[in-house]
Design a protein around this ligand. Sequence first.
Ligand code: KG4
Ligand code: ZN
Length: 344
Amino acid sequence: MINQNTEKEIKILAIESSCDETAAAVVVNGRDVRSNVISSQIDLHTLYGGVVPEIASRKHIEKINQVIEEALSKAEMTLDDIDAIAVTYGPGLVGALLVGVAEAKAISFARNIPLIGVHHIEGHISANYIENKDLEPPFLCLVVSGGHTHLVRVADYGKYEILGRTRDDAAGEAFDKVARAIGLGYPGGPKIEKISHEGNPDAIAFPRAKVGDGVYDFSFSGLKSAVLNYLNGCKMKDIEINQADVAASFQKSVTDVLVEHAMHAIDEYQMDKFAIAGGVASNATLRKAMEEACAKKGVKFYHPSPILCTDNAAMIGAAGYYDYLAGKRAGLDLNAVPNLKLGE
Ligand code: KG4
Ligand code: ZN
C-alpha cells in the first residue's frame, strides 16, 4: 500500500475528453474534489441517435479551455497551485482523446507542470475512492459503461487483474441499442431505467447469456438479438409492444448476469469489498441488486454517486494521484491510444 501521509497537499488538474463529455476537475490528494466541471454533448448527439466522433472532437476543442478555466476558478486556484496534470489518454475515440491530451501537454510544457497519462477505466474504478474515504485495495470492481464491461481485481493502486470482459457488446451499449429498438432514443440507459419503473421485469423471459470457457466473461449481443426477435415477432403478429415491460425485462436480464458473475468472483477470490463503476453503475436497479447480493455474503458494497459514474474528470484526478505517488510521469510524446489495455 502507498503511504498517503505526504506532508504536502498534491493538487491535480484532471482532464477527460474520451467520448462525449468535455470535463476538467481539481482533486487534492486523490479524494478531495475541489471542482468537477462537465460539459456534456448529449443534446448534440441525440439528434443523430448516438455519438458522432467528428462532432465530438470539434465540440471538445470549442469547450476545453472554458471547462479548465471554470474548474480552476471553482477550486479557487490558478495553474501556479497545480502539482500535476492528469489526462485520459485511452481508451476512447481517438479524435476526442487527442483534444484532451494535446491540451494537457501544452499546459504541462508551458508551465513546467508534471504530466500523467491516465487509463479511462482506471479512472472509473478510482471514482469509488472519492466518496468512500475508507476504500483501499484489494477489492473487486465491476466496470460497466458504454464501451466496457470488465470484472477487475484491484490488487493495489494501479495494479489490476482483469477476470472477465465482454466478448461483444458492452452493457451500456446493449442498453443504448435496446432503447433505440423500442423507440426510446439516446442515451438509452437512463431512459430504460426510467420507463422500467412502470414495467414488469418478469413479463418477458429474455436469456441470461452464458459464455462457454471464460467463467467471468460477458456477452450481451445475444440478449440484444433476443429483444430484437421479440419485437419483430410482435410486429408480425400485430401485437402492440409494451415498452415498459420490454425495458424492465431487459434490465432484469442484464442485472441478473452482472450480479451472478460478480458474486461468483467474490466467492472464488474471497473478496470482502466489492465496487461498481461506469455509466451503467448509476442504474438504481443494478445497485440495489448488487447491494442485496453483497449484504447476503457480508461483503461491503461501494458505488460512486451517479454524477461520478458517468464520464467526469474528478475520477481521472483520483486515479492520477495514485499514479503520481507511484512516480509515473508521461513525457511530451504522450499520445492518444484508442484501444489502450488496462495495465499498460
Ligand atoms: O461511463 P460512461 O459515461 O461512458 C463510457 O465510458 O462509455 O457510460 C455511458 C453509458 C451509456 O451506454 C449509457 O446508456 C449508460 O452508460 N448509462 C446507463 C445509465 N446511465 C448511463 N445505463 C443504465 N442505467 C442508467 N441509469
Ligand atoms: Zn467512461
